[in-house]
Design a protein around this ligand. Structure first.
Ligand code: HEC
Length: 135
């Protein structure tokens, strides 16, 4: 009797949790998706502008060596990078190029400019299969 009561309580708890999970399930409308895509593309476009700007102390910009984000290989990160000597993320190589070819100060990793550069670079390479670690 005690055991079946315990089972009943367990069932009630389970159903309550399941019901609230459904309540908070990720529901979104077509309008939401349109809004989110628009915001995403705004950030991609900011990244594209930055990619064509002199972000360092000289007049060099990313697109001079990576037209349309060529040879940035975002799909291969994280990976071992010989310039840095350890396994790094894409943003670490973005900063490496800002510090070296562009002779600038590295961006904070959560700087909106860093996020925009990442958004633009990965957008340009959209559809490539992920191959972390590849050289
Ligand atoms: C003067 C040329 C030059 C400029 C300008 C330049 N880069 Fe690079 N970039 C390089 C070289 C050289 C490498 C190293 C290639 C390697 O060994 O992976 C590299 C590597 C990278 C990588 C990693 C590529 C890979 O295959 O793993 C990324 C990402 C990158 N650059 C982004 C940028 C960004 C963002 C900017 C502008 C802030 C920029 N680069 C500006 C020359 C440049």
């Amino acid at each position: 009797m005690v055991k079946s009561l315990r089972n009943l309580i367990a069932l009630v708890v389970f159903l309550t949790v399941a019901a609230s999970a459904t309540l908070f399930a990720d529901e979104f409308s077509k309008k939401d998706v349109e809004k989110w895509n628009k915001e995403f593309m705004t950030v991609v476009n900011q990244g594209e502008k930055l990619f064509h700007s002199a972000l360092g102390t000289n007049t060099v910009s990313c697109d001079m060596c990576h037209p349309n984000a060529a040879n940035t290989h975002p799909e291969t990160y994280p990976k071992f990078q010989k310039q840095i000597g350890k396994v790094v993320a894409l943003r670490d190589m973005i900063n490496w190029c800002i510090q070296n070819p562009l002779e600038g100060e590295p961006l904070k990793l959560d700087d909106p400019k860093m996020i925009a550069l990442e958004a633009y670079i990965t957008w340009e390479r959209k559809g490539k299969p992920l191959e972390p670690g590849r050289h």
